[in-house]
Design a protein around this ligand. Structure first.
Ligand SMILES: C[S@@+](CC[C@H](N)C(=O)[O-])C[C@H]1O[C@@H](n2cnc3c(N)ncnc32)[C@H](O)[C@@H]1O
Length: 409
């Protein structure tokens, strides 16, 4: 039964050109249903994970669909059939899994470290293609690591090494690796250096990459063998962050409310369409790099009335740009800003930088990692995209200047 369902899923993926030829045999050999727990969650139309259970059509449809299946909520604190939006582990969307495996560019005999074992499904695909003995996978959540180890064992992959630990430190005992693949996202500027130092010269590190503003890139770095690595954003991805890099959760409604009601809020208008600041995939990637820590959320009342909320939990600042038919007609959009940072102004400045650079596509961006420094760039490593200084940073800079000059006096 499951072989037939795997076959049907393969047929659908092939039609979408989402099943690379080199991965056909491994995909056919690994049953996703052997890795998804019997009690899991599947997003409804509103994007809320709803409980599904083995033995039901719902579970089977979810597991053999080209969609992610949620396998853990709130680090296990929300037990099935409870519901939460805080997804902390999932079996990733099969077409995304395959796109990443394709981009990993593996060859026979390659050794792999996967960071973020989750269910173990991706590790099993790697084992089926490269030999189980060449695959090491590391998972931070001990319960998930144990489940994955058991699933891999039952599915005929007992020789895959499953480590329970923090993947940000890699796994030195089995290094160096030809390839490191992360299936949890990193923040720009926070790529673990252990991944570079544990990759063979010329080897690749493939990781979901982004910012608090847009967590959607896929970055492929080449290790140069001298402790440094660099490479381009090669496409999009949509993964949860490494656990130690998660952005504050659950502040959007409170801050949106303050923007709407607080008497200190300043109201202005802008000619920059909020869609450019809040939705454009290339612009939002660059704005995120220039405004680290700032988060973004879209609120939709109806298709013609919606808003872009920007917020920074560290300084309790927020801003909203409103889209209405009247604003669209006038080409002038209301903006409200709350708190010490004028986030809308900051985002518009970052957007202007992107426009003045010729509105580059996000695949023209890249990153370089060295042992003591890392940065993002446009086109080549010397064209650095600097984070904008916030008012807080500026006062810090003045303070540190003052303190370095004082001893001379
Ligand atoms: C999208 S899931 C991985 C899906 C998985 N590759 C599969 O095939 O099912 C991301 C996983 O990364 C894990 N994770 C998050 N931070 C981690 C870290 N620092 N080290 C190792 N694993 C981590 C999460 O617990 C979660 O299980």
């Amino acid at each position: 039964m499951t072989a037939a369902e795997t076959h049907d899923l393969a047929t659908r993926l092939r039609k979408e050109s989402a099943l690379p030829r080199e991965w056909e045999a491994a995909f056919a050999a690994v049953d996703r249903g052997a890795f998804v727990p019997h009690r899991a969650w599947f997003d409804d139309e509103a994007g809320i994970p709803r409980p599904i259970e083995y033995g039901t059509d719902e579970w089977t449809r979810a597991v053999y669909s080209d969609e992610p299946v949620v396998t853990q909520l709130d680090e296990g604190r929300v037990a099935w059939p409870g519901v939460s939006r805080l997804v902390t582990s999932s079996a990733s969307q099969p077409s995304m899994v395959l796109r990443m495996l394709d981009a990993l560019d593996v060859r026979p005999g390659h050794t792999i470290l996967e960071v973020g074992t989750g269910t173990g499904y991706n590790a099993a695909l790697l084992g089926a293609r490269l030999g189980d003995e060449n695959v090491t996978t590391i998972e931070i959540d001990p319960a998930l690591a144990r489940q994955a180890r058991e699933a891999l064992h039952h599915a005929g992959h007992p020789a895959i090494t499953v480590i329970s630990g923090d993947g940000a430190t890699g796994h030195p005992p089995r290094a160096p690796y030809d390839r490191i693949i992360a299936t949890a996202a990193v923040l720009a500027g926070h790529i673990p250096h252990a991944w570079i130092s544990q990759t063979r010269p010329g080897g690749l590190v493939l990781t979901p990459w982004g910012t608090s503003y847009r967590n959607g890139g896929l970055l492929r770095l080449t290790a140069h063998g001298d402790g440094t690595a660099s490479g381009h954003v090669i496409g999009d991805s949509g993964f949860m962050r490494l656990r130690q890099q998660t952005t504050p959760f659950g502040h959007a409604s409170r801050l949106a409310e303050l923007v709407e009601t607080d008497p200190t809020v300043t109201g202005t208008t802008t000619r920059t369409p909020p869609a450019e600041i809040g939705e454009h995939p290339d612009a939002t990637t660059v704005i995120g790099l220039r405004l680290p820590g700032v988060q973004r959320s879209i609120g939709v009342d109806d298709p013609e009335r919606w808003e872009v909320l920007l917020y920074d939990v560290a300084t309790d600042s927020a801003a909203i740009g409103y889209v209405t038919p009247e604003a669209e007609h006038a080409g002038s959009y209301p903006v409200r800003q709350y708190g010490p940072r004028k986030l809308w102004d900051e985002a518009e400045n970052a957007w202007r930088w992107w426009v003045s650079a010729g509105r580059p596509r996000r695949t023209r961006l890249g990153a370089t990692v060295t042992p003591d420094r890392q940065w993002s760039w446009l086109d080549q490593p010397d064209n650095v995209i600097h984070p904008c200084l916030t008012p807080r940073d500026q006062s810090r800079t003045h303070r540190s200047r003052a303190s370095t000059t004082r001893p001379l006096g």
